[in-house]
Design a protein. Sequence first.
Length: 335
Amino acid sequence: MRAALLSKFNEPWQVKDVPDPRAEDGQVIVRIEACGLCGTDVHVHHGYIPGIQLPIVPGHEPVGRIVEVGRGVMGLKVGDRVGVSWAQQGCGRCRACQEQREGYCQSSQSWMQLGGGFGELMRAWARGCTIVPEGLSSEDAAPMFCAGFTVMSGFRAADPKPGERVAVIGIGGLGHLAVQVAKALGHEVVAITGSADKVKPALELGAHQAIPAGDDAGKSLMMVGGADVVVSTSNSAKHVSQVLGGLRPEGRLVNLGALDGPIAVDSFQLMFPPRRLVGASQGHRRDLVELLGLAAAGKVKPKLEVHPLQEINQVLDRQAAGKVRFRSVITYPRA
């Protein structure tokens, strides 16, 4: 098969022929149709993600058709179109696995053990696969398996109530999805951006209001009435620290971004009035399934740059330079 191979950190990925993977017990082989490329892939490229053994085929937002099923696989068959989550299977014995939350297992397996989606074929544990609804393209589905999953779990971690106002800070790869999720679930949405040229796109995505962060993101938010929930996908520790002050009493700030520094929190901001700071990432599989349903219904749609596999190094460079407007997806010819 043709694949992008990472053989040495910080050097271009080699697009070359590598041996086809074969399914072992409990596994499937997926012929990839689309695989998203995001900021985490830049971290992989630089060797910032622990546990990666080189050489490896990266790619953690893959969608495609199952072409081989290993022994013992139940619920999936050849021809099914699936996406593969980062956390695919746990040890099966720890408390997290017993609660069917394999993503929290200390021994969970992912693409880092089996190989990822930047190749024509991918080996995956069947437990890590989720069926993609009909009517949702593979290109649009791919970012849902990392960016979208993270956003949906963060939104659920904030536990927004009917009628509560939701703000999203950081209108990028995750944030542009968060705006759409909050609107699709019936909330008034305020978009906060550090880039003035993203105010108009945020409104086009469905935000009821879009405001620049300004000198103090929290004060800017409070000037337009504050919010009960802030979903932060920003990488700016300064903005995240500030926006806490824009929460209404008993408001929740959920951080989903890899920040460029520590969050500076005044303890009195958490007490008077009471507010909560929450961390979140990909949670229960039901969050992903719910999101895929919203996307299939046309209520959440990623904005994409689509490229063939041979351009993957140029896409990686664009991602590292911050030139990708929202999300990038690598596509493959349909079999």
